[in-house]
Design a protein around this ligand. Structure first.
Ligand code: GTP
Ligand code: SPV
Ligand code: MN
Length: 594
């Protein structure tokens, strides 16, 4: 079937297991993509939207019980349990295969098996990696066409003897009690069964580019991170790059594409998007850390995306986009979601496929409804997006949703302290995973659901970067989500976050002083530029200097309370937590009690 012997043998084995009627090799051509769209429409899997208003755009609805990642059904299968660590679900590889084989058995009967060769990163570059996904879903194929580089060019780069990650996906019978997302890092293999939701089935994304890749990165001395990458251009035309890790649905896509406030754009500041979700990071020849985005598109959260919050994301959804679980406006075959505008469609079908009345109080789009769009359609896509070397990082930023504890921004004292800051990241849970919403959850580097090995070893890998990388980026933490006592966001967020990035870059260039506190360096009030900032927090109360002071305050009582949560969390990881991080925690305690 192909020139690669291992690939042919594996396809043969998987054909025997899954018993498809046909096998189709994805070649990456526009013709094949168009033909598959037609076929997918014909079987009712996707719906063709208004081709004048939304050229090449389609709508898909998942099963109502299949709308987010299933972390409790996600497994890391390593020979030794401690290699997966206490924060991952674990099975032995033999048990994993034994459990899933019967679920795949004959599951493609009457269907076609699509073979998708894909490259994470520019095809053929030395830092890219190749995978092959087998699937029974055209929706998956069409999404992979957008999210990754697929087809013949990838097979050519693979060559006759090249190695690849083996991804097997089957919708099988969509039994949610037998839904599993299982990783075999020692075999470069991913098996996903009984789901049709993006994060579970687009195997290049979280499964490969984070779980398998983080495992590879640890062994090979690089890092796979849940991070956006952006370039900040100053009026002189110099571009500095920042990578930022926020948990799912906490603002990566928004920050990656932000448009600076007028006072900055007038001076010539710009932001360029390199990536919105995943960064592969390694040491460059100059001794700095370089980051590249292995993806080819965005799988972005739809609700809340509008022409104020994220005009660039909205623009990238105007063509070549697959919408999943949003509202269908049946008057003109367009789409809508909560937070798009104040005009919900009169005649509409909701994400469940039922006729929908916006006055009903029910949400029309699922909170985790998404768009799959091409990076090249984003107006602010970076000129370095296709650069196989990636971009050199000046800063790494961590963040989460904290109502009170974390200030708007602070800088770590050094790399080890910065690693500690990443390790204590926490956030209220969101709709991106199937679990209770609004509970505080620890999520080191936003990687808890995505680390393919022991979290303690992962943190050690971070600390160890200092030994091999002489010019490390500075590490910061941000929190756009401080609430006042009425539960309103104090900070305007979105494009206004640029004011904080501006301070971060000034710090990286030693252009500005800071105040040393127990948790790290915070800005002097006058160093966060809030001129021309016009934001109403509530009831006519406009954001002012007092509010800035408030959200830059280190609330010691909250921090002392937080220490307990950190200790409990470290205990759940167990004795692989590096001693250095316990030392950092003790030092924080000592500083707080001063
Ligand atoms: P994943 O794709 O799940 O990894 O999410 P993400 O981290 O890319 O999050 P995204 O940018 O899609 O934002 C998720 C939600 O956070 C949306 O509802 C946004 O409206 C909201 N959000 C993003 N940035 C901000 C901000 O600066 N302030 C506030 N208040 N909300 C924000
Ligand atoms: C996330 O949940 O972090 C996402 C969406 O980016 S998914 O691809 O489902 O993981
Ligand atoms: Mn994500």
């Amino acid at each position: 079937m192909t020139q690669n012997k291992k690939l042919n043998a594996w396809i043969k084995e998987m054909v025997e297991l899954n018993a498809p009627d046909n096998v189709v090799l994805i070649n990456g051509s526009a013709e094949q993509e168009a033909q598959l769209r037609e076929e997918s429409c014909k079987i009712g899997e996707i719906f063709k939207l208004n081709q004048e208003k939304l050229p090449n755009c389609y709508l898909h609805r998942t099963a109502v019980n299949d709308v987010a990642r299933v972390e409790h059904r996600t497994f890391i299968c390593t020979s030794k349990k401690e290699d997966a660590g206490a924060t991952n679900n674990w099975m032995s590889p033999a048990d994993g295969y034994d459990l899933l084989k019967p679920l795949f058995k004959n599951s493609y009967k009457g269907k076609t098996m699509y073979v998708i060769p894909f490259s994470m990163g520019v095809v053929g570059s030395e830092f890219s990696k190749i995978g092959v996904e087998l699937t029974d879903s055209i929706y998956v194929v069409l999404n992979m066409y957008i999210m990754t580089r697929v087809g013949d060019a990838v097979l050519e780069a693979l060559g006759p003897d090249g190695d690849f990650v083996k991804g097997l996906h089957s919708r099988a019978n969509m039994d949610e009690n037998n839904r599993y997302i299982v990783h075999f890092p020692e075999d470069n293999t991913i098996w996903s069964v009984n789901s049709g939701y993006g994060g579970n089935v687009l195997l290049g994304k979280k499964c490969f580019a984070l779980r398998i890749a983080s495992y590879l990165g640890r062994n090979e001395g690089w890092m796979a991170e849940h991070m956006l990458i952006l370039g900040l251009e100053n009026p002189k035309g110099e571009v500095k790059y920042i990578a930022a890790a926020f948990p799912s649905a906490c603002g990566k896509t928004n920050l990656a594409m932000l448009i600076p406030p007028d006072l900055y754009t007038k001076k010539g500041y710009k932001v360029w998007c390199v990536g919105d979700d995943i960064a592969w990071i390694r040491k460059g020849p100059d001794g700095r850390l370089w980051a590249m985005n292995p993806e080819n598109g965005f799988f972005g959260v739809a609700p809340g995306t509008n022409d104020k919050s994220n005009p660039n994301a909205l623009e990238s959804t105007k063509r070549d986009t697959i919408f999943t679980n949003v509202v269908h406006n049946t008057d003109d075959d367009t789409v809508w979601w909560e937070g798009l505008d104040k005009n919900p469609p009169k005649n509409a079908v909701d994400w469940k496929g039922n006729k929908w009345d916006s006055a009903s109080g029910e949400k029309g789009a699922h909170p985790n409804s998404r768009f799959t769009s091409l990076a090249k359609n984003c107006p602010c896509i970076s000129s370095e997006f296709e650069n196989p070397q990636g971009v050199p990082l000046s800063a790494i930023v961590f963040g989460g949703r904290r109502a009170k504890t974390a200030p708007l921004v602070y800088q770590s004292f050094d790399w080890a302290h910065g690693t500690f800051v990443g390790s204590i990241m926490a956030s209220e849970t969101t709709a991106a995973a199937m679990s209770a919403v609004g509970v505080v959850r620890r999520d080191p580097m936003a990687m808890l659901p995505f680390c393919g090995y022991n979290m303690g070893d992962y943190l050690r890998h971070w600390l160890d970067m200092e030994k091999s990388v002489p010019n490390l980026p500075k590490i910061f933490n941000v929190n756009w989500f401080r609430l006042n006592d009425n539960g309103k966001f104090v900070w305007p967020g979105f494009g206004e976050n640029f004011r904080v990035l501006d301070w971060i870059i000034d710090r990286c260039e030693d252009k500005v002083d800071a105040v040393e506190t127990a948790i790290g360096y915070i800005p002097k009030i006058e160093d966060i530029n809030i001129s021309e900032l016009d934001y109403e927090i509530e009831n006519g109360h406009k954001f002012g200097i007092e509010d800035l002071k408030d959200i830059l305050t280190v609330e010691k009582d909250y921090w002392i309370e937080d220490i307990k949560g950190i200790e409990e969390f470290y205990a759940t990881i167990g004795d692989t937590v590096p001693a250095e991080l316990h030392k950092q925690l003790d030092a924080l305690k000592a500083r707080l009690s001063k």
